[in-house]
Write a new protein. Structure first.
Length: 268
């Protein structure tokens, strides 16, 4: 007569099977928990990135609305129709040029490039380096920014005619050799953006020296070629306290320079 095992042996086999099942179930639960945490992290990061883009777009829209309000106030004689207030109000700046054209002024150029950046990256998640999915998203985002940077530099290169004011000697110099100036409105003198550098050839330098010999120089008319430069900096997501160079969006730093074709005194 054959026997297939005692009841003690059978019990031990059952206990071993149960223990193995419990161990396997615990491993599955732990792995599932880790996946849930990673997915939650990714969702939160996506929400933060979306809110950042919405904030950038909101800032741009606020600037546009301010310009529209100023234009409306000019049309109705500088008043909003509300009762007079005892508080002195700062009059809105009056600009005679059309800054909806990107190369109308340095600040119009910066605004147009920021809007273009938002449009070019809107379909991409910014990602992170904390997960495989995040790293893939970050790499795709950076590729989109690099492709956009090459395109926008070609598109925004253009001829400009700007009225500019020379900076004082103490503010000359900088990263690029040349003359440091600031664009202004030709009629009102309103400043139209941050200072920038003009590249001058020897002939224009001689003419500028001759102008200086006639007396102090205030405003000049600059005709030249605008060359924007967008650098991709993978380590810079935020503007920081000084925002230098200006950040048009995460990882994209913006500078420009103008190569002068002529630099003359404005007509009387």
């Amino acid at each position: 007569m054959f026997t297939f095992g005692t009841s003690g042996t059978t019990h031990r086999r059952i206990l071993a099977i149960v223990a193995s099942s419990l161990f396997a179930w615990t491993g599955v639960a732990t792995a599932q928990s880790d996946r849930d945490l990673r997915e939650l992290n990714q969702r939160l990061q996506t929400q933060v990135n979306d809110m950042r883009r919405e904030l950038d777009a909101a800032r741009t829209r606020i600037a546009d609305l301010e310009r529209e309000l100023q234009a409306l106030m000019r049309r109705v004689g500088g008043t909003t129709g509300t009762p007079a207030s005892t508080t002195t109000r700062t009059p809105p700046e009056r600009v005679s040029i059309d800054e909806s054209v990107p190369n109308a002024s340095p600040r119009a150029l910066l605004r147009a490039i920021r809007e273009s950046y938002i449009e070019a990256t809107d379909d991409f998640e910014i990602g992170d380096y904390d997960s495989t999915t995040g790293r893939r998203q970050r790499a795709a985002y950076l590729r989109a920014v690099e492709s956009w940077a090459r395109r926008i530099q070609r598109e925004m290169k253009s001829a400009v005619v700007w009225h500019v004011r020379m900076l004082p000697m103490a503010e000359q110099g900088g990263e690029e050799p040349g003359l440091r100036v600031r664009a202004i409105d030709p009629e009102t003198g309103v400043e139209l953006g941050d200072p920038f550098t003009i590249r001058l050839n020897s002939a224009i330098r001689r003419k500028l020296t001759m102008l200086e010999q006639r007396g102090p120089i205030d405003v000049l008319v600059l005709k030249g070629v605008l060359m924007p430069h967008v650098a991709v900096n993978q380590d810079r997501m935020d503007p920081g306290p000084f925002n230098n160079p200006p950040l048009v969006g995460p990882f994209a730093e913006f500078r420009f320079i103008v190569t002068a074709n002529s630099l003359t005194a404005p007509p009387k």
